[in-house]
Design a protein around this ligand. Structure first.
Ligand code: SAH
Length: 213
């Protein structure tokens, strides 16, 4: 299988074709070897428009969703990003490619260690992975220019709002267990402006400001 061709087709058909316009997001997704973030048995399907298993009953989001969330973060070079739900580390890699310093939280130890090792092996330096409940954020490292949550929350975690910098952007799926709405909040002073980015289906955010288990 020619993975370069598969990646280019993914960008053209699933991202540009569905309205992703941010050039640097498209470049990053054309560059990062998505297949190396899933188990070898799934390499051939890594560039299709669907989530794939990454172990521990978790999934890597479909490419369009990763692109949509990353685009919504409106990142500039050297910004500080908090990511909740490292999973395979794929979205983490995309964020680092965009010049972000990424603080990534993952509650599942096996996935966190695997992702850390994987990102190190690809030479990504600007990433710190912490094994902990990310629903309460990472207070010691706040404020963040952007926060992205890749697990579905029953309500918007208030700790994350508190850890946003001025003009900071929060992207989080909120709703029921099986379907949520992807919400984007932008902080301005003490208020937040909300926008809906569309329907989505994430695995659940488990923790103090998420689901029980
Ligand atoms: N963006 C990832 C996929 C994330 S899947 C990727 O590119 O591969 C969602 C992840 O969120 C799972 O790994 C799950 O273990 C993790 N998760 C769920 N609740 C969490 C919490 N409260 N804190 C940190 N991680 C959490």
């Amino acid at each position: 299988m020619d993975y370069l061709v598969a990646r280019q087709r993914m960008v053209a058909e699933q991202l540009v074709g569905r309205g992703i316009t941010h050039h640097r997001v498209l470049e990053a997704m054309a560059k990062v070897h998505r297949h190396l973030f899933v188990e070898e048995a799934f390499w051939g399907r890594a560039y299709g428009n669907y989530p794939l298993p990454i172990g521990e009953k978790q999934t890597i989001s479909q490419p369009f969703t990763v692109a949509l969330m990353t685009q919504a973060l409106e990142l500039e070079e050297d910004q500080r990003v908090l990511e909740i739900g490292t999973g395979s580390g794929y979205q983490t890699a995309i964020l680092v490619e965009l010049g972000a310093k990424v603080y990534s939280m993952e509650r599942n130890r096996t996935l966190a260690i695997r992702a850390r090792r994987r990102l190190e092996s690809f030479g990504y330096d600007d990433v710190w992975i912490r094994i902990a409940d990310g629903s309460v954020g990472w207070k010691e490292k706040a404020p963040f220019d952007a926060i992205v949550v890749s697990a579905g929350a029953p309500e918007i975690p208030t700790s994350l709002i508190e850890q946003l910098a001025e003009n900071g952007r929060l992207v989080v799926p909120v709703g029921q267990l099986r379907n949520q709405v992807l919400k984007k909040g932008t902080r301005s002073g003490t208020s937040i402006q909300w926008a809906d980015l569309g329907d989505c289906a994430f695995v659940k955010l488990i923790g103090q400001q998420g689901w029980d288990s």
